[in-house]
Write a protein that binds this ligand. Sequence first.
Ligand code: NZQ
Ligand code: ZN
Length: 385
Amino acid sequence: MLNFNYQNPTRILFGKNQIKNINKHIPTGSKVLITYGGGSIKKNGILDAVKAALAGYDLSEFGGIEPNPSYETLMKCVKQIHDSKVDFILAVGGGSVIDGTKFIAAAVPYEADPSEILSTFGYKIKTALPFGTVLTLPATGSEMNCGSVITIKATHTKIPFSNPAVYPVFSVLDPETTYTLPPKQVSNGVIDTFVHIIEQYLTYPVNAKVQDRFAEGLLLTLIEEGPKALAEPENYDVKANLMWCATLGLNGLIGAGVPQDWATHMIGHEITALHGVDHAQTLAIVLPSLLKTQKESKKEKLLQYADRIWGITQGSDDEKIDQAIEKTEHFFHAMNIKTKLSDYGIAKESIPAIIEQLAAHGMVKLGEKKEITPDVSKQILEMSI
Ligand code: NZQ
Ligand code: ZN
């Protein structure tokens, strides 16, 4: 196992009606800004529940944070906060609202131009406004990590940043808030979580048995419960298990002390930035081809994955690995997520521009062994047509 230094300060309030308890974790008398997205929380009553829980606080709102939150929109909120003092922010929504709120929280007290947060991947952030979250879409793990991904619309750039200053103070995980999710977002959430786990598990062995078995438990839960969530959108237990899976998939626990990949995510970000394909859909396009190109490099863990996740024990090593990749792709299809660029109207001619953007963003040595050069990324995308 590799050395690690792990601390996660986010309090989790899990279960039914936990929104009622948020006032116990926001200092009395605070000026609270509620941030949200395109309005789903108004239609499903979550905004009303939040406001009821915060009776007595001085409340204001900032709505309109879009999926793949943009720097341009978020800077409007930063200005709103500079014009009217705010002590605490409450993000109510999916990963985009939470990621956007992390940027806002860091940008308000930032001494230099906030665009520097993105150009330096967040490492110069010294402090941020405190914020909590009410999660309505289990997928990103943003509710219990200190990462965020922001899009600069002007340049079609999607940039991740992270800093310990932007861990949420608390996050409410009430599975009932997910009942109104459109099926596509349920699928996206399951696939995003699945790929987060894979990026931290399917690398090379370092004898980290605890992390491996945690990761395998989460993957098996997703495979078991994911399709049920599509069939029974209001099954509380199914939604509860998926919600906790998503959080544990990217709160740092399974990634501590093991090598990490993240090439699928970095290639996927460029596809979203240029073509607007949903984040999870890009991962489903990239991962199967990436695994095919990395068969040798990831051999030992691919065999472990084939055996422990898919029960594949017959055949040569090569056959077992091929079957495991095929099963993975079938699982994505069972979740109604398509796995080819052409399924999303993207042709072979679009690949060079994606590769140029990767190079422009310094994504030229990706993967746990830094072996995924632009040439390999090109091969991966060409296999995904
Ligand atoms: O905007 P509203 O109206 O709320 O609607 C949203 C949005 O249209 C809707 N939705 C959310 N909860 C709902 C709901 N609709 C009905 N009922 C509910 N309960 O779902 C749509 C998608 O929301 P979004 O927040 O964009 O989805 P997701 O949570 O998948 O977040 C995706 C973003 O997170 C980033 C991605 O790159 C992408 O920008 N990621 C962040 C990570 C992190 N911070 O650690 C890691 C991830 O790998 C990922 O990159
Ligand atoms: Zn993701």
